[in-house]
Write a protein that binds this ligand. Structure first.
Ligand code: HAM
Length: 440
């Protein structure tokens, strides 16, 4: 036999013991409930895709983080780092003839070879919600409402998180009005994207490195220092393209305000999104204290479907990760109670009652209850202890007298109160629903 070897988990990957999985399932259940409440249908795709799908569509940052290899057939493949190219590929092949707009959601596991740090791992799960085939700003507002409600459904409120919103068309209009030549715009976007973390000096140096003129650098540095909507409106009041580019954001806000979600919105000129395919309104959700990485990011990407060979369809959506969200839920004490729980623990006093105990337990399971019992022969005291450890709500004790009368002694494990009941009456009994967290 080969010598024993121990293996540790790969960095940036997670194990999910039942207590961890309880939180993940709670998050997924809430995501599904909220997405369905807006009429979205769930889809999935393969975790492995042709490498080219990302090289051409996602942008350099993600491509540098791909898990990629040649398969045994010589194909260059990659583990999916995001879901949007898969969605675009799937719809490119089937959207013709489908009623629009298409509302689809998914909860894929994604893989990015990132430097592991708080809130960033090498795998994560992401709720993806997308509307395809609707160009109007109501669709942008609708997906952001889903993102906000997905967090509200987990017990988070306006004191806990904020949605920072911007529009790539507005950024382009501002860059043009500030005198930045078109060829420098993607470089400018990269500087703006990192401005909050880099600080004013490094941002200025980044702009200068693009070869922009001093007045342009000054104007952009001024906007990065105060990118409020009022300041922008005032600074560029003579630029019709900038003023026009603000209108969709105003309408977006008024729709979300009508839904009662206005308190979650904040205009933020530095939100431009790292991914290459966004074309319009973009947004990111952050914890209100600003201590964590983004919980969610998304926006409008009107050209992607066409770029993967489909009909030209406008699209808008977001991805919400489970990693930062889990940290926030733990911080706010909004994690469900993962203690094991079962409805009935069946205890037989001696081996003669075992068959009746097994039959009763099985009947209760068939009626939808969770049932456990000891897998080895034990005294009643030990079985009661095991029932308590298992989080059982009731113990059903079957001894010779109970067996003779086709009954069981039913013990409430919390109060210790016991009563004798006919076995046949048991499935009808009301078992209170398990406590699964602090949220309603
Ligand atoms: P993204 O901004 O790259 O967007 O990712 C969205 C969210 O996924 C982030 O805000 C974060 O919560 C989570 N996330 C991303 N990378 C990691 C990581 N390494 N570890 C943990 N969590 C992570 C997209 O992926 C777009 N495809 C979203 C989209 C859908 N846009 C339109 N539709």
């Amino acid at each position: 036999m080969p010598a024993a070897r121990s293996f540790s988990r790969l960095p940036g990957f997670r194990d999910f013991a039942p207590a961890d999985l309880a939180l993940r399932s709670h998050v997924f259940d809430t995501w599904r409930r909220v997405a369905r409440s807006y009429g979205f249908g769930e889809y999935d795709g393969p975790p492995l895709e042709p490498l080219g799908l990302y090289v051409e569509k996602s942008g350099d940052e993600i491509v540098g983080q791909l898990y990629t290899f040649s398969d045994k057939g010589g194909r260059e493949v990659a583990l999916r780092p995001e879901m949007t190219p898969t969605l675009a590929r799937m719809l490119a092949g089937r959207s013709r003839g489908m009623p629009k707009p298409i509302r689809w959601f998914s909860i894929p596991q994604l893989f990015r070879y990132e430097r592991s740090q708080r809130g960033r791992l090498r795998e994560h799960f992401q709720l993806n919600v997308d509307i395809v085939g609707e160009a109007g700003v109501a669709a942008d507002a609708e997906v952001l409402a889903v993102a906000i409600d997905a967090l509200r459904g987990l017990g988070l409120g306006e004191d806990d998180f904020v949605a920072r919103v911007n529009d790539r068309r507005l950024v382009t209009a501002v860059l043009t009005a500030a005198g930045a030549p078109r060829g420098t715009h993607s470089g400018c976007l990269a500087v703006i994207d990192k401005a909050a973390r880099a600080g004013p000096e490094r941002s200025r140096a980044g702009l200068e490195a693009l070869g922009l003129s001093s007045p342009t650098v000054d104007t952009l540095a001024e906007i990065l220092a105060d990118g409020s909507r009022d300041h922008l409106a005032d600074r560029f009041r003579d630029s019709a393209p900038v003023t026009d580019a603000m209108r969709p954001l105003d309408e977006h806000r008024s729709i979300l305000e009508a839904m009662g979600l206005g308190a979650y919105l904040q205009f933020d000129f530095t939100v431009v999104r790292g991914l290459a395919y966004y074309t319009g309104i973009v947004f990111e959700l952050f914890d209100r204290a600003g201590e964590l990485r983004a919980i969610c990011g998304g926006g409008r990407y009107d050209r992607l479907l066409e770029l993967v060979g489909g009909e030209p369809l406008p699209a808008v959506g977001f991805g919400m990760g489970d990693v930062v969200l889990g940290e926030l839920l733990r911080d706010r004490d909004l994690v469900p109670d993962a203690a094991p729980a079962c409805d009935y623990y069946v205890i037989w006093v001696g081996p003669e009652q075992r068959a009746l105990g097994l039959e009763t337990g099985h009947r209760l399971r068939a009626a939808g209850h969770s049932v456990m019992y000891s897998l080895r022969s034990q005294g009643v005291g030990k079985q009661l202890k095991a029932a308590s450890r298992a989080g059982a709500r009731q113990a059903l004790i079957i001894g010779p007298d109970e067996a003779a009368a086709a009954s069981a002694t039913v013990r409430d494990m919390k109060t210790g109160i016991q009563e004798t009941r006919p076995l046949q009456s048991l499935p009808e009994q009301e078992i209170p629903p398990p406590a699964t967290g602090r949220n309603p």
